[in-house]
Design a protein around this ligand. Structure first.
Ligand SMILES: Cc1cc2nc3c(=O)[nH]c(=O)nc-3n(C[C@H](O)[C@H](O)[C@H](O)COP(=O)(O)OP(=O)(O)OC[C@H]3O[C@@H](n4cnc5c(N)ncnc54)[C@H](O)[C@@H]3O)c2cc1C
Length: 495
C-alpha cells in the first residue's frame, strides 16, 4: 500500500475554497458497500484528492447491517447474508479493510438440500471433473431429481456455460422459466434446482426473472470455476463484521467520514454543491451511491436517470431469527435448502457461523431463516411465521424440538432491485452523467451482477474507475487492494 507523505488534514483547510495544486474535492453520497468501495478506491488511487463520504445513518455498511431487537437487546442481522468465493471485489474490500476474519469460506463447495419431514440431506458438491461438470458426481446421486431430469439438465448446463456475453444479453426480455421449459426442463428440475438458485441469488421467482441475469448466475456461479460457489458466512453480526473495519480504513486513508448526516440535495449552479442540513460542501466531483429510488430523488433534474429508475422495481427479503435455549438442529448442520418449501426456503445454523466469543449468552441454538422475495408474506404476523417455522423444524427433527425463547421477524421491503425481463437496460452506467462531474454507483447500476454485496462493491469501483480515468477491468483486482482468496489461502478462515 502506498504511504501518504502528509495527512489530508494537514493539507486541507476544510470549508475554504483553497486548493493545493491539482487537488480535487470529491464527495461520495452513501456509506453502503458501493459508496465505501468508491471512496476508498479513490483515496487509495489518488491520495492527493480530498474525499468526503456522507452517510445518513450512524454506521457504514448500508443494507448489510444489524438492528437492535428491543425485546432481547440483541443485535440481529436484517437478514441472513451469504457470500461466495466468486465475490472477488467484495472479498478484496474485506482484505483491504483488515476484515478477513469477518468471513469464513467453505474449503470446498457443499450445498446441502433437506427433505423437510423426512430429514434426509443430500449435497451438491464439487468433485474431480473440470467445470462445468465439477458437480456431476454429486448430481448423479442427488435424490431430489430423477434420472431424466438430470439427463435433460446436462444439455442446458453445457449451453449455459458456453454462452457468450452477447448471447446472454439477448435473453434479457425472456423470463428464465420460459427459457428452461423451451429447453426441455421438467417442472421438478425448475422448482427444485433452477428455481431455487434464482430465487436465492436474484431474489425473484424464476417465472419473473430475466433469463439474461439468470444465465449469468449459472455460468459465473454454480457452473463457473470449481471454487466459485464455496459459501461464505459472517463470523459476527453484520454491523460488527463491517462497520468498524470500514470506518477505520477510510479514516486511515484520509477519507473524511460524516455519519448521521443526510445529503438533502445536490446543486450544479456555480459549480457542484452537496447540501447537508448544516453546511454546503463545494466540490469538483460527486459519486451518488444510493438505491435506485433515492438516486432518482437526489438527481431529479437528470431526466435520463429519473426515467430509468421509474422502470425498476424492488423485491423484499424477510429475515427470521429463532433463538432457542437448546439445540433444535443436529450438531453437524450448517445450513440447508428446504426442498419444496416456498416460505422457509433455507435454514442457517448461526452457531456454526458466529465466533464463540461473539455468541450472546444463554442461546443454545440460533437459527436464521432468509425468505427471498417475501412480498406475498409481508402482511403475515409473526405468529404465522412461527407456525410455519415450527412445522418445518419440529416436523423434521421432532426429538430435538424446543420452543424458541425469542422469535424475531424483520421485513425488508426494498431489499433488492427486481431483475425482471427487460430490466437490464434501466441499469445505468456509472459514468452516464460524468460530463456534469457526477458518477453513480449502487448495486442497481450496470455491473452485470445481481443486487448483491459483490454487485455493490463492483459498482463503486466502476464509478471510481471512471472518475479517475483508470479504465479498470472488473475481472482484474483493484490496483491497490490485496487479491481475493484462493482455496487453501490460510490467511482466510474456513467454514
Ligand atoms: C435483507 C437483505 C438481505 C440480503 N442478502 C444478501 C445476501 O445474502 N448476499 C448478497 O450478496 N447480497 C444480499 N443483499 C443485497 C446487498 O445487501 C445489497 O445489494 C448491497 O448491500 C447494496 O449496497 P449499496 O451500496 O448499493 O446500497 P445501500 O447498502 O442501500 O447503501 C446506500 C447507503 O446510502 C445511505 N443513504 C441513503 N440516503 C442518503 C442520503 N440522502 N444521504 C446520505 N446517505 C444516504 C443509506 O443509509 C445507505 O447506507 C441483501 C439485501 C437485503 C436488504
Amino acid at each position: 500500500m502506498r504511504k501518504r507523505e502528509l495527512t489530508k488534514q494537514e493539507l486541507i483547510h476544510f470549508g475554504s475554497s483553497e486548493r493545493f495544486g491539482n487537488m480535487a474535492r470529491i464527495v461520495v453520497v452513501g456509506g453502503g458497500l458501493s459508496g465505501v468501495a468508491s471512496a476508498l478506491a479513490i483515496a487509495d488511487s489518488s491520495p492527493e484528492d480530498e474525499v468526503i463520504l456522507v452517510e445518513s445513518r450512524a454506521q457504514l455498511g448500508g443494507r448489510v447491517s444489524s438492528i437492535k431487537d428491543p425485546k432481547s437487546g440483541l443485535l440481529l442481522d436484517n437478514c441472513q447474508h451469504a457470500c461466495f468465493r466468486v465475490y472477488d471485489c467484495f472479498l478484496q474490500l474485506l482484505a483491504r479493510c483488515g476484515a478477513r476474519d469477518s468471513i469464513k469460506l467453505q474449503a470446498k463447495t457443499d450445498l446441502p438440500f433437506l427433505q423437510v419431514g423426512g430429514g434426509r440431506i443430500a449435497s451438491l458438491s464439487d468433485g474431480r471433473l473440470e467445470p462445468p461438470n465439477h458437480m456431476a458426481g454429486s448430481m448423479i446421486k442427488f435424490p431430489f431429481l430423477s434420472l431424466s431430469d438430470k439427463i435433460a439438465m446436462r444439455k442446458v448446463i453445457k449451453e449455459l456455460s458456453e454462452m457468450t456475453p452477447e448471447q446472454m444479453s439477448a435473453l434479457d426480455d425472456l423470463n428464465f422459466e420460459q427459457w428452461l421449459i423451451e429447453k426441455g426442463q421438467s417442472q421438478r428440475a425448475i422448482d427444485r434446482f433452477w428455481g431455487f438458485f434464482v430465487l436465492a441469488a436474484l431474489n425473484i421467482p424464476v417465472s419473473q426473472a430475466s433469463a439474461a441475469l439468470s444465465a449469468f448466475l449459472f455460468q459465473r456461479g454454480l457452473f463457473g470455476d470449481a471454487h466459485a460457489f464455496d459459501v461464505g458466512a459472517f463470523t459476527s453480526d453484520l454491523s460488527d463484521s463491517l462497520h468498524p473495519h470500514l470506518l477505520r480504513t477510510l479514516e486511515e486513508s484520509g477519507v473524511e467520514v460524516k455519519l448521521s448526516t443526510k445529503v438533502n440535495s445536490i446543486s450544479k449552479e456555480n459549480g457542484l454543491k452537496v447540501c447537508l442540513s448544516k453546511e454546503i460542501i463545494s466540490c469538483e466531483k460527486i459519486v451518488v451511491a444510493l438505491p435506485h429510488h433515492l438516486t432518482g430523488r437526489l438527481l431529479s433534474e437528470f431526466s435520463e436517470i429519473v426515467e430509468a429508475v421509474d422502470h425498476l422495481e424492488y423485491r423484499s427479503l424477510i429475515g427470521i431469527h429463532a433463538l432457542h435455549s437448546a439445540e433444535v438442529l443436529p450438531k453437524s448442520f450448517t445450513f440447508a435448502v428446504c426442498v419444496d418449501e416456498p416460505i422457509i426456503q433455507m435454514l442457517f445454523n448461526k452457531n456454526s457461523e458466529i465466533d464463540e466469543e461473539k455468541m450472546p449468552e444463554g442461546i443454545g441454538q440460533w437459527v436464521s431463516v432468509p425468505i427471498s422475495c417475501g412480498d406475498k408474506w409481508l402482511d403475515w404476523d409473526d405468529e404465522q411465521f412461527l407456525e410455519e417455522y415450527r412445522r418445518v423444524v419440529k416436523g423434521t427433527y421432532p426429538h430435538l424440538w424446543n420452543e424458541p425463547d425469542s422469535f424475531v421477524v424483520i421485513r425488508n421491503r426494498k431489499a433488492t432491485f427486481a431483475p425482471l425481463p427487460g430490466s437490464e437496460k434501466y441499469r445505468l452506467s456509472q459514468d452516464l452523467i460524468a460530463k456534469d462531474g457526477i458518477y453513480i454507483a449502487g448495486a442497481w447500476t450496470n455491473t452485470d451482477w445481481p443486487s448483491t454485496m459483490e454487485g455493490a462493491v463492483r459498482s463503486g469501483l466502476l464509478a471510481a474507475s471512471s472518475l479517475l480515468n483508470e479504465n479498470w477491468n472488473p475481472e482484474k483486482k483493484w490496483r491497490w487492494w490485496p487479491s481475493p482468496p484462493k482455496r487453501r489461502d490460510d490467511s482466510w478462515r474456513t467454514w
